[in-house]
Design a binder for this molecule. Structure first.
Ligand code: FPP
Ligand code: MG
Ligand code: MG
Length: 428
């Protein structure tokens, strides 16, 4: 039932957690190369909406303890006590354990004498800090687990790693209202900074102690890359002929040629939108539920995934609209026609092409013809492309809101509801 009180502000509900998550991220990025730490943490120094961490924390709060036989507070305290020690050990622990140590016998000697290899002396892991006032992830609220707070950080680290790579690929000069990392440090260091972040995110991910979550979040990294590749394939091709070896069938008659899948531009565009944006939100939210370990978990996992997927698609559709309607200063990154200049035909263009077929050949040649970008912008603004893309975004946001109704009422559910509206209203 719709709430009659003033809508809740999702950021305000979790403001202390979000600010702790941000400030503590710097602790996860220490390196023997200060430049690497500086680049990896560069985008965290600028304000951002932290929508992905917010999603993880809100789903945690909305589902933790659901159906639990135990009093939530006692259960959370026990879980926090058990996970805190493991979580708080320095993320470079593997280096501490494995680095060449002058007091150890030369590792290479063993390659020649495999049969009389002595077991290595037992080495203890460095002792994690035990005092509750130590640097990492304290429980700020008994409704959130330390593993879920850390998941929120991991999700943001992966997002920022993809932005570091994206700004190299897109040759983008601006991000979060400041020079982009490639502008500030050069392409090579921006790429390496992204890789470093992925490595640290992986170490942190393994500490969460859930194979299911490791698998979900790892698959997000591949999805981001698949989305980026699909976006490149969609560039300048009227119809992409996707033949996949996975579809090939070996029968007694021999190998059947794989069926050819004709993917039209809309299918490519929507699939790409899921892969590059919605996957992280959907699987991040789902992982939050996994870590919470509530009963009837399977159902709540589906709810989280479906919500994140629809919210993510709505979010990216709006982002694609803003590329035609918002100024660079409002976005903190280059605006107005950037996607067209990159050769990308997003929702507003695909709709506009239905009204102005003249856009078809321009899409096919990725707006590389003389005056294509300017002419396309004129046609798109004359068309209902932006309005129809907004309707599509609203439909996905509505779906997200609908699926939330399966959750019991809570402040977190209200906040998630407000978030769907915020995503669609952004910037207009
Ligand atoms: C921003 O999109 C970019 C992404 C959402 C994902 C980019 C993914 C990669 C570059 C693959 C590599 C991934 C990892 C994890 C290292 P955009 O360019 O449309 O938006 P923008 O206007 O914010 O730049
Ligand atoms: Mg891009
Ligand atoms: Mg970009």
């Amino acid at each position: 039932s719709p709430s009659t009180t003033a809508p809740i502000d999702p950021h305000a509900l979790l403001a202390p957690e979000l600010s702790r998550i941000r400030s503590q991220l710097f602790n996860l990025l220490g390196s023997s190369h200060p430049m690497l730490s500086e680049i990896a943490s560069y985008y965290f120094q600028h304000p951002s909406k932290q929508i992905r961490p917010l999603l993880v924390l809100l789903f945690s709060r909305a589902t933790n303890g659901l159906g639990s036989q135990f009093p939530l507070k006692a259960w959370a305290a026990e879980h926090a006590r058990l996970s805190a020690n493991e979580l708080n050990a320095p993320l470079e622990r593997a280096d501490v354990l494995c680095d060449f140590n002058p007091s150890m016998p030369d590792h290479t000697a063993s390659f020649n004498t495999p049969f009389d290899l002595q077991p290595p002396p037992q080495r203890a892991y460095p002792t994690p800090p035990t005092s509750p006032s130590s640097t990492h992830v304290p429980t700020l609220s008994y409704t959130l687990l330390p593993t879920q707070l850390r998941l929120a950080q991991i999700v943001e680290m992966i997002h920022v790693a993809s932005l570091l790579h994206d700004d190299v690929i897109d040759k983008s000069p601006l991000r979060r209202g400041a020079p982009s990392a490639p502008s500030a440090f050069g392409n090579k260091l921006a790429v390496l900074g992204g890789d470093f972040l992925l490595g640290r995110a992986s170490a942190a991910l393994s500490r969460l102690g859930s194979g299911e979550v490791v698998e979900l979040i790892s698959s997000v990294i591949t999805n981001l890359v698949e989305g980026e590749i699909l976006q490149m394939r969609g560039t300048g091709l009227p119809e992409v002929d996707v033949t996949t070896s996975m579809l090939s069938n070996t029968t007694t008659e021999g190998t059947v040629p794989p069926p050819s899948l004709k993917l039209d531009r809309w299918s490519i565009y929507l699939r790409k939108t899921y892969l590059k944006t919605a996957s992280l939100m959907a699987k991040g939210a789902r992982s939050a539920v996994v870590l919470g370990g509530c009963r009837e978990g399977e159902m709540w996992k589906e709810v989280a995934y479906a919500y994140g997927r629809n919210l993510g698609i709505a979010f990216q559709l709006v982002d694609d609209i803003l590329d035609f309607s918002a100024s660079s200063s409002a976005l903190g990154k280059p605006g107005s026609g950037t996607d067209l200049r990159l050769g990308l035909a997003t929702g507003p263009v695909l709709y506009a092409a239905e009204e102005y077929p003249e856009l078809e050949p321009m899409i096919s040649r990725a707006f590389k013809g003389e005056g294509d970008v300017e002419r396309a912008l004129t046609l798109i603004h004359a068309s209902s492309g932006v309005a129809r893309t907004r309707e599509l975004a609203t439909a996905h946001a509505e779906k997200a809101r609908e699926v939330l109704q399966m959750l019991p009422q809570s402040d977190a559910r209200d906040a998630l509801e407000a978030l769907t509206e915020g995503v669609v209203r952004r910037g207009w």
